[in-house]
Ligand binder design. Sequence first.
Ligand code: CU
Length: 225
Amino acid sequence: MQHYSRRTFVKGLAMGGTALGLGGLRATPGYAQAEARKDPGVLTGTAFDLRIAEMPLNITGSARTALAINGSVPGPTLRWKAGDTVTLRVANDLDEDISIHWHGILLPARTIELHLTGHMERFAWSFDGVKFSDAEPLRLQYGERLRIVLVNDTMMSHPIHLHGRWSDLENEAGEFQVGKHTRDMPPGTRRTYQVRADALGRRADHCHLLFHMESGMFREVVVAE
Ligand SMILES: [Cu+2]
């Protein structure tokens, strides 16, 4: 019979340099016991489904409840190559919130949603109903990675051009599709992309139909430390 301290257990969760410190770990001492856990295995590829749920665990002869990932404690090891873009889909089957700490991985830490707005007859164009001359800049933290959601509320297409950095366009599952500088936004569409604020300074984010830009569909983006 092999016993694991909580510290050893948490180290085990982070195997493979990938995941996982579970914020929701129950503070049960002497957590896992070798004979009670399934072999978590190794997952490879670029898309991973992880499900977090409670699981009965025999700890030194007494029945306890553990938080398992894909039905095992510790969870599986995720393997990928340096530079890969991967998709992690995490489902929480618990009845409470949890948090997961992904060591060493760049994830979008926040989301900015921008609506493309305007009026065909007045020919007035803007983001979020506020034209450039009345708008505050979008402020990004140097080095941060974030997700931007564009929603086209208008009846026209708008090619939105964010200067100075790549926009990593995603599909509906959040999977990387292609790096772009300008995203075409047909009427009624919602598109998301990730951006890394890796260049300091002031840039423009605007519709590339220049008469739309000049009427107000333009934002200053400031990246600062
Ligand atoms: Cu436009």
